[in-house]
Ligand binder design. Sequence first.
Ligand code: ZN
Length: 347
Amino acid sequence: MSEDNIQAEYRRKRVKRLKKYIILMLMISIAIPFVLCVILFLRLHSLDDRLEELSAQVEELVRVTVNQREELERLTKDMQGTGQENAVDSEAETPPSGYGTESTDVGQGENAEVWQPEETAEITAAHRVYLTFDDGPSIYTQDILDILDSYNVKATFFVVGKETDSAKESMRRIVEDGHTLGMHSYSHKYSEIYASVDSFADDFTRLSDYLYEVTGVRSSVYRFPGGSSNTVSKLPMTDFAEYLDSLDIVFFDWNISSGDATSEKLSAEEIVKNSTANITRYGTSVILLHDAAEKKSTVEALPMIIENILALEDTVILPITEDTESVQHIHWSDGTGERQTKEQMED
Ligand code: ZN
């Protein structure tokens, strides 16, 4: 091979190497911006999500602030309105005679007007259905309220003395949305509540005062933990019924059980069936449901329960008020003989 040939071969190799190098550089200069673009795009996306999250939080904060301001205004008005005989703690002072106001004739320690939700439908319908939720507030209360709201239906919540911020928030929303806030004992501990009338009274007063403090309203309806026909109380349940009656508190049991409290978990379909199958048998149907962390199928069943009821002829869904015909499992008398309660249990 001549020297010229060797040199030419050498040059060709260099050119080839150079070409390879240039192609590599070209590819790198394309790849880097591309990768950067992808990274920036992903980052933008996650910032977007974060922004959405933050604006939701801001909205929530605004909502809470507005609620608290309204609450404060209500409390201020309450305190001004009822004068010196009134304070947030319910040390009852004797009102000057002849100056009794609506709010002073309610009974021991009762400073607030007894709260009544607005009538939402005529109670003259042939079938009046009352959806009642026990044991809340829970993680599902807001969902339940959203569902009720979407059907513009009012219900009744028999709550216990939960003290978390979200529980208080739920209690306020129950009232603001026009539902009935009922009582279901502060502790829900059978052994404590039913130990004596005194301990029942302590628990009752604690819950009544707590709900008043949180929502600004005095609840006037009660559901016994376990119902008035429970078998855990050693004392006759009529003792407690008489205590409630002495405070003008009406207690409600139920005549339709959704079955959502049974130990075997029912499907949403079964809960719908239990809740709605017998409504046409009664004038007044009080349906027992639960607002509790382990009762997700109740939430799933609720839209169908409401739709089934609304599809029935001459049937309305109402919140319980003091005037609602009570459904009670026990017969008792308040001693005056004026009032005999009805028993409307299922067969
Ligand atoms: Zn309960």
